[in-house]
Write a protein that binds this ligand. Structure first.
Ligand code: ACO
Length: 323
């Protein structure tokens, strides 16, 4: 399997750290120092996750010189679907003109792209499908409490899409996926599912918004990124020195720095764009990959390591040889 093309899309509205100073008790300095973020993109009121996913997918299809019908299966990794059901992927495939093709969502929050690559690898390498379009797409701005300074500043909206296809050489060298659902409330949207349907009491208590134990997630993030990286490398029969580029989930600059320091990777091999996008959850890794490919930073033969973590709690890493 190989990546035939990769593309990104972010909504046009940009929210800067200074913008938050106007309605929250926060500062550009606090946000920059604690997170590395400067700006993020937020969807318009009439823009949903599928709209962002479709824009990125259209570009990826055009770059691969494919029609929507050439793709056998559409996967959207998202924690912010258009609806709880039907799957956002069904809407994306239909609007692209691929009615009748397989389509499903993958719900594992910020680890979505990593899990998606691994699922797609299984489907393509086993011969079930020739081509899969995988999109990480999110509109976290729709489910954060804009009055809560500890979460509102962190999240951005966007989408990154890859066309994956069967090929002679295999890019997928190894992976590690994991989850620990013992304490879902560490990072969750409490109301809206079957445990707590949305009712007036839920809305009055603000349970429809993202709730996050920031410090807990921080500690878990660093250790899970390091462990997942090492296990995935081991499965690929490679070592840390073999990594040409690390593309981590962009949740917090300090999380990335701590993991990279422990892994002893040179800074220039680590791709970070958190200053531009904030945390776009399942979209952050494919957006960073798309930028790197546009800037021609990645060359044929390079070993790229994707690593992420998120709600679940969940984590994962994939070792990829670029071709
Ligand atoms: N501006 C100013 N002060 C703030 C802000 C803000 N925007 N947000 C929080 N503070 C205050 C807190 O109220 C607290 O004040 P107190 O000491 O008076 O109580 C103080 O800053 C320190 O708060 P901490 O939470 O300890 O700050 P920390 O340095 O841990 O940074 C952060 C917070 C950025 C959330 C960090 O914990 C983090 O990044 N955690 C990981 C988050 C993450 O990765 N989430 C994504 C997971 S992916 C997914 O699945 C969606």
């Amino acid at each position: 399997m190989r990546i035939a093309s990769v593309a990104r899309h972010a909504p046009s509205r940009v929210v800067t750290n200074e913008d938050f100073e106007r309605w929250l008790d926060t500062t550009d300095e606090w946000i920059s120092v604690r997170t590395g973020m400067k700006r993020r993109h937020w969807a318009a009121d009439d823009e949903a996750t599928s709209d962002l996913a479709i824009a990125a997918a259209r570009r990826a299809l055009a770059d691969a010189k494919l029609e929507a019908g050439d793709v056998d299966c559409y996967i959207v990794a998202t924690a912010t679907p258009d609806y709880i059901f039907p799957a956002t992927a069904c809407i994306v495939a239909a609007k692209l003109g691929a009615v009748g093709k397989a389509a499903f969502d993958l719900s594992i929050a910020c680890s979505g792209f990593i899990y998606g690559l691994t699922v797609a690898a299984g489907l393509v390498r086993s011969g079930v499908y020739q081509r899969i379009l995988l999109v990480g797409a999110e509109t976290l701005s729709k489910i954060v409490n804009k009055q809560d300074r500890s979460t509102a500043i962190l999240f951005g909206d966007g989408a990154g899409a890859v066309v994956l296809e069967a090929s002679e050489e295999d890019s997928f060298l190894g992976a590690e996926l994991g989850a620990d659902g013992s304490n879902p409330s560490t990072l969750f949207q409490e109301a809206g599912g079957s445990r707590h349907p949305v009712d007036h009491a839920a809305v009055d208590a603000g349970l429809q918004y993202v709730h996050m134990e920031g410090r807990e997630v921080f500690k878990f993030a660093v250790t899970s990124m390091i462990a997942a990286t090492d296990v995935a490398l081991q499965r690929a029969h490679l070592s840390r020195q073999d990594i040409d580029f690390l593309i981590p989930h962009q949740a917090n600059r300090r999380i990335i720095d701590a993991a990279v320091k422990y892994l002893e990777l040179p800074r220039e091999r680590v791709l970070v764009n958190i200053q531009e996008y904030g945390n776009t959850s399942a979209a952050s890794i494919p957006i960073a990959l798309a930028e790197a490919v546009e800037e021609r930073r990645i060359s044929r033969g390079d070993v790229v390591l994707f690593v992420g973590f998120g709600a679940g709690l969940s984590w994962g890493a994939v070792v990829w040889r670029w071709q």
